[in-house]
Design a protein around this ligand. Sequence first.
Ligand code: GTP
Ligand code: MG
Length: 323
Amino acid sequence: MNDVNKLNEIEKQIRENASLHEADKIQMLKNIQKMRNQKVNMLITGVTGSGKSSTINALFGKQVTRVGMGVDPETMDIDKYILGGLTIWDSPGLGDGIENDKRHSQKIIDLLQQTDENGEALIDMVLLILDGSQKDYGTSYELLTKVLIPYLGKQRKDRILVAINQADQAKKGRGWDSEMNQPTPALIDFLDQKVISTQSRINQSTGVDIEPIYYSAGYQEESDRLQPYNLSKLLYFIIKHTPKNKAATVILESNPEQEMWGEREEDKKYQEKISKNMFGQVLNGVQQGSQLGGRIGRRFGFAGEVAGSVIGGVIGGFFGLFS
Ligand SMILES: Nc1nc2c(ncn2[C@@H]2O[C@H](COP(=O)(O)OP(=O)(O)OP(=O)(O)O)[C@@H](O)[C@H]2O)c(=O)[nH]1
Ligand SMILES: [Mg+2]
């Protein structure tokens, strides 16, 4: 089901729900209408081989189709994928030779300076992917210092997410528990250290405090596959770094293959946070909009319960937590 159909279905079920208060319905339908119009632009960057394509595939599924590369000089070197309201820009980072680096930086700067129809920055969030199997992130720090932070604006530094991919390869595969598809405690220690040192290096070179997370996008080959690890956490952090009122657009496009999202306690914790976010957007304003919210002592009130089960039912297992 694509995002439009998902929203149509949620809308239909709210409209047909006999037990919802009319004022709540109107407010919820209004919120869904708003979601329908929200566009999100996300820039994914990182050195060649860090796992940009693999990450896009894991997060959003194989339906990702490339629309624009090489022809239009504006977007040359930058792949562009459109998934409903979500546009993903996939650009190589630095470290590809002086000439290429210059060109890539300029393209990213141009993109970061583009504005939307409201005159606001087009790019809503930037995901910088580091390769967990590498030790030296010098070129990525340079990209942050010279391009991403200055052109995104210091006040928007909370729109930058740094994520260390290929956690499974951080120690050349050592310490990876392939049965459980997670790092052993020793590898977790190592990865936690990597997070701390990367954070402090970013802080030294940019003056900005950004705490990276780690994950594995995984891969699928004919004879071999690696399930993603910490993908739910990655999606949650992406949403956290996206403007609040736009998060649903990203959630709606997330990979419908439930197994990608993991079943560990930690995965479930992030899945629940993601669901709550989606649900909060449907519900937004309902409590103030009617008397219902205050009347019922439950956390989200009765309208919340209905929104939860509707979202759960429509979006399926991954968002089924409230059903
Ligand atoms: N072990 C492991 N390999 C991964 C992971 N993510 C990606 N890879 C592999 O790393 C290689 C590079 O991944 P891509 O997704 O093509 O990297 P990219 O950043 O898109 O590279 P360019 O498009 O060349 O800039 C591929 O062979 C992937 O299968 C991961 O989490 N773990
Ligand atoms: Mg790629």
